[in-house]
Write a protein that binds this ligand. Structure first.
Ligand code: KIV
Ligand code: NA
Length: 265
């Protein structure tokens, strides 16, 4: 099996092939997604939400992210392992960002890192890329800035924010990012940005004009109960399936139906 690299991802854009990305936080899920042929496994800081139950992504630490990423890396033979640097670990000085990035690369098995933001963190991204670490940008709804935005609503609907996003995207490409995630922005803007870049855009709630798509795996499997934003397509109803299975198991234990003759030593 040939490993997907950042060069593979760049070639996909050049050839007009779409990039498939899903989040993963643990070994077993990573193994299944890798077998399914997902190109990129994103160890997202959305682990704070869907794995740990926090309201925002802010509380997750570098140590937590290293733990999730190393589990995912052990489960995937083909997929590129892309890992989020968490809030507070890269927005300070370029040296701080560099230290976080190096720790992640040494301790987790990550192949590339994702950082939220544009021009504000350009020097920090450059410092990481200069050390030979591939970086994926993330623009639009950047959840680590939820306290600035106030809502998880669609971003860049107004001219000024759209213009800033376009120039941020070009700056990220210029500095050497290999891809950019575009989260929850108008499809028309995402298409325009995608067509203006030679590096691929990976959309989530950003329409069909992006060069690839990403979803939170718990969301697309229907594991996050009652989370049904417009952009989400649910490919399973996993939450309901688990409730059904667990209830059946409880019933079997109570009735003495489990274990049976062939299920004991
Ligand atoms: O953490 C995450 O899941 C992400 C994706 C939504 C892009 O950053
Ligand atoms: Na994230």
């Amino acid at each position: 099996i040939k490993r997907v690299t950042t060069n593979t991802i760049l070639d996909m854009k050049a050839n007009g092939d779409k990039v498939s990305m899903l989040t993963a936080y643990d070994y077993s899920t990573a193994r299944a997604l890798d077998e399914a042929g997902i190109d990129v496994l994103l160890v997202g800081d959305s682990a704070a939400n869907v794995f740990a139950g926090y309201e925002t992504t802010l509380p997750i630490t570098l140590d937590h992210m290293i733990y999730h990423a190393s589990a995912v890396a052990r489960g995937a033979k083909r997929a590129l392992i892309l890992v989020d640097l968490p809030f507070g670990e890269y927005q300070g000085t370029p040296e701080d960002a560099f230290k976080s990035a190096v720790r992640m690369m040494k301790e987790s098995g990550a192949h590339a890192l994702k950082l939220e933001g544009g021009v504000e963190i350009l020097d920090n991204i450059k410092k990481i890329i200069d050390a030979g670490i591939p970086v994926c940008g993330h623009l639009g709804l950047t959840p680590q800035s939820i306290n600035k935005f106030g809502t998880f609503g669609v971003r860049a609907q107004e001219e000024a924010e759209a213009e800033k996003l376009k120039s941020d995207a070009l700056a990220l490409q210029e500095i050497g990012c290999f891809a950019i995630v575009l989260e929850k922005i108008p499809a028309k803007l995402a298409k325009e940005v995608s067509e203006s870049l030679s590096i691929p855009t990976i959309g989530i709630g950003a329409g069909n004009g992006c060069d690839g798509q990403v979803l939170v795996v718990n969301d697309m499997l229907g594991f996050t109960k009652d989370f049904k934003p417009k952009f989400l397509r649910r490919y399973m109803e996993m939450y309901d399936g688990i409730v059904e299975a667990a209830a059946k198991y409880a019933e079997d234990v109570k009735s003495g139906n489990y274990p049976n003759e062939s299920e004991q030593y």
